[in-house]
Design a protein around this ligand. Structure first.
Ligand code: FAD
Length: 434
């Protein structure tokens, strides 16, 4: 049977967001045959920054310069948080493996150290994150030293205003200037799209014309910031050409969604999983049942399709991913009806103040698991020995406020896959011993 015709796998991963992609990658790296089922998740909207943990405790909004110090505090003070249940050495290994796979797929991140970095956002605020794409790194140093800096944006790119960033930071960064230019070839277009600009800058001639427009504006600028449009699949090459062409460090600033860095991340993860032999099905899983030690997955495709797997990783996300749904009765897990840890009543879902820094209880609802990341049934036991749950569907975390979205996805994928591979190796050993 060819790999593409194969219907039986060691691991089936349901959901192709950050968590599912990471799980499929880690499964394949461990030599397990794996299939990733689902279409793109929240990655399209992601900034490209890989948060590990920046804020703890959430109600205090305390920012940490070391994510590992923050993780140690989390482990002491909030041991039920999924990240608190993973050894930091595993989290380091997970990030190293993830970033190294992205690097091989042509998407480079600055070397991971023990510290978070501050990155400029498209509204002039500062975001604290862990993994920073190489194209954004010069902005980290610039934000710190605040040298003479030129921000350039493009007429018609509605989601990004260099002027707004400069005016927000005017008091703190007096030598920050801005200029707006017409994007070459799009002069007559009233509204331009970041993805189109990124693709256009992969063409040498357009890039040359853009550089020719920016060069005379340089003045005393020692660094230049641009919206994140420096190439789509070839950002390394486009960024290097901008730095060479302008003679100063150049940094990208993430834009509002749809985000070019998010698309790059999705593209690189698709390449990395494919290179490692992960099979991919752009479909939804309609039903999941168990036959002894085998899981049977029915896909929502014309004519139907059934896949079997020895282990299943549920990475179906929260409400936007449709892993969880809410109605008058409460929050439900969509695929299997697994028990969802949630407030006792709807009245307790939200704080009275929508902007309450403590966040809302509904954002911490989700699946509770055992130490091996197996979701629990109503009796508090693993629902099925070979079923694992990872990423944002997990309870007891508020990834947006804690700024730990990618960390939660990548680290829980790693931890679950360690358990999966131990479990499958164990069952293999039992079969061999018989
Ligand atoms: C607006 C936005 C900004 C972000 N910014 C950052 C950031 O700055 N830093 C950072 O670290 N991270 C960021 N992220 C990414 C974030 O880390 C991850 O998206 C988040 O952790 C959720 O990942 P997930 O894989 O658990 O869920 P999701 O991304 O929601 O993926 C779940 C997937 O499962 C699929 N699915 C659900 N049910 C089924 C089914 N039955 N069959 C098949 N597939 C199914 C869904 O369609 C979806 O594709 C951002 C995300 C968003 C949305």
């Amino acid at each position: 049977m060819t790999d593409s015709a194969r219907k039986s796998y060691d691991v089936a991963v349901i959901g192709a967001g950050m968590a599912g992609m990471a799980a499929a990658l880690f499964a394949a790296q461990r030599g397990l045959s794996s299939i990733l089922i689902g279409s793109g998740g929240g990655l399209l909207f992601a900034s490209g920054l890989l948060d590990l943990l920046a804020v703890h405790p959430v109600p205090e909004g305390r920012l940490w310069s070391s994510p590992y110090a923050a993780l140690a505090a989390l482990a002491r003070e909030q041991p039920e948080h999924p990240l608190a249940r993973i050894d930091p050495s595993c989290i380091r290994a997970a990030f190293d493996a993830f970033v190294s796979a992205l690097d091989s797929a042509g998407l480079n991140y600055a070397p991971l150290r023990e510290r978070n970095s501050d990155v400029l956002t498209s509204i002039g605020t500062v975001k604290t994150s862990f993994g920073v794409p190489t194209t954004m790194v010069a902005g980290v140093g610039a934000l710190d030293a605040r040298p003479p800096c030129l921000l350039v944006d493009f007429r018609g790119l509605r989601e990004f205003s260099a002027r707004q960033i400069a005016s927000t930071l005017a008091d703190r960064w007096p030598k920050l200037r801005y200029q707006r230019i017409d994007f070459p070839g799009f002069e007559a277009v009233p509204e331009v799209n970041a993805v189109h600009l990124a693709m256009a800058l992969e063409i040498g001639e357009t890039r040359g014309r853009a550089l020719a427009l920016i060069r005379p504006l340089l003045g005393d600028a020692r660094v230049i910031g641009l919206p994140a449009v420096l190439g789509l699949g070839r950002s390394r090459e486009v960024h290097a050409a901008f730095e060479a062409g302008l003679g100063v460090p150049v940094f990208e600033i993430p834009t509002m969604p749809t985000s070019v860095p998010g698309l790059r991340l999705q593209g690189a993860l698709e390449t990395a999983t494919s290179v490692h032999g992960v099979q991919r099905r752009q479909a939804s899983v309609r039903a999941l049942a168990y036959d002894g030690s085998t899981a049977l997955l029915d896909l929502d495709v014309t004519g139907g399709e059934r896949i079997s797997a020895r282990a299943v990783v549920l990475a179906t996300g929260r409400f936007s991913g449709r892993g969880l749904t809410a109605d008058r009765q409460g929050v439900r897990e969509t695929l299997l009806g697994l028990p969802v840890h949630q407030p006792a009543s709807r009245e307790a879902w939200h704080q009275r103040d929508f902007l309450d820094p403590a966040g809302h209880a509904i954002n911490r609802a989700g699946l509770r698991t055992d130490a091996a990341f197996r979701p629990l049934d109503a009796s508090g036991k693993p629902a099925w020995p070979g079923l694992f749950a990872i990423g944002s569907i997990l309870a007891d975390q508020d990834w947006m406020r804690a700024k730990c979205g990618s960390g939660l996805a990548i680290a829980t994928a790693w931890a679950a896959l360690e358990q999966v591979s131990q479990q499958l190796r164990g069952s293999q050993a039992n079969v061999s011993a018989r």
